[in-house]
Design a protein around this ligand. Structure first.
Ligand code: SAH
Length: 266
């Protein structure tokens, strides 16, 4: 048998698991079952420690944290690690913040596993835009406000002439916009949305560390959210939500309200 077919004898498998946005109670039952059964867990920096406590004490834990701009672990190394562990016959959980197939490079990892002949499964997770919106009291669709939602990444440099995202077009869409990884470029993004026709008074929110103990939210308008949230010290990880649905947070911000009531003396 040629050497490179050795993996066909492997009994290992990889499960790409969405860990949700932070609150460990947002894990699915399936995620919990796989995390508790895994021989090895390969996880990144957005996975809450409260999620990892469900791993077996003897499970091998491999941190492949990666922050915007800092390539601690090249994607190819991560894929190589998953393949190696699976070929050792292990049940490997690849744990990712939110959902593995939403800006999580889960697609690339699944492709690498498929190419290597490793069996895999995908367990969806609550993506952070959904967690952030629910906990911030922002219904992403609403009969009187918006009938469409768009998930966008603000990570790529929007000043690039060949930027894949034509922000001006999204300014005309009338949909609720949820921007991942948008804090660094928020000034340019909001300027380009307005250049496309989005009214400066359109409500906008920045929701940082959504659903966790550090959850906080900043409400403003497209015209002032970049500067306002920066002055208030907001930063990654955060979701930016733009659209008239954001005005409902005034009445519906249940999570901040419940925590304010829980403070001693309040
Ligand atoms: N796969 C993930 C997204 C990974 S990209 C998902 O489905 O959510 C990383 C970005 O996700 C961060 O820069 C931030 O924009 C967003 N994010 C992840 N967790 C978050 C949280 N708890 N609160 C706010 N934004 C979060």
């Amino acid at each position: 048998m040629p050497e490179d077919t050795a993996h066909f004898r492997s009994t290992g498998t990889v499960v790409l698991v969405g860990a949700g946005p932070g609150d460990p109670e947002l894990l699915t039952l399936k995620a919990l079952r796989f995390i508790g059964a895994a021989d090895a867990i390969v996880y990144d920096h957005l996975v809450s420690p409260e999620v990892l406590v469900h791993a077996r004490a003897d499970a091998e834990k491999v941190f492949v944290g990666k922050k915007a701009g800092e390539f601690c672990c090249p994607q190819r190394d991560i894929e190589g690690t998953l393949i190696r562990l699976a070929r050792e016959g292990k049940t490997v959980v690849r744990l990712k913040g939110g959902d593995p197939f939403v800006f999580g490079r889960g697609g690339e990892e699944a492709e690498a596993l498929a190419a290597a002949g490793i069996t895999f499964e995908i367990v969806p997770g609550v993506t952070s835009a959904l967690g952030a919106a629910s906990y911030a009291g922002i219904p992403l669709t609403h009969r009187e406000h918006a009938s469409a939602v768009v998930f966008l990444t603000g990570h790529e440099d929007p000043k690039k002439a060949d930027s894949a995202i034509r922000w001006e077009d999204y300014g005309r869409l009338g949909a609720t916009l949820c921007i991942y990884m948008g804090m660094k470029n928020l000034e340019t993004i909001t300027r380009r949305l307005q250049a496309g026709g989005l009214a400066p008074a359109t409500p906008a929110a920045v929701i940082q560390s959504a659903t966790t103990g550090e959850h906080r939210q900043f409400i403003g308008t497209v015209g002032d959210i970049a500067l306002g949230s920066e002055r208030a010290g907001f930063g990654a990880p955060a979701i930016v939500v733009i659209g008239s649905v954001v005005s409902l947070a005034d009445k519906l911000a249940w999570f901040e309200a419940s925590r304010a009531h829980a403070l001693p003396g309040s």
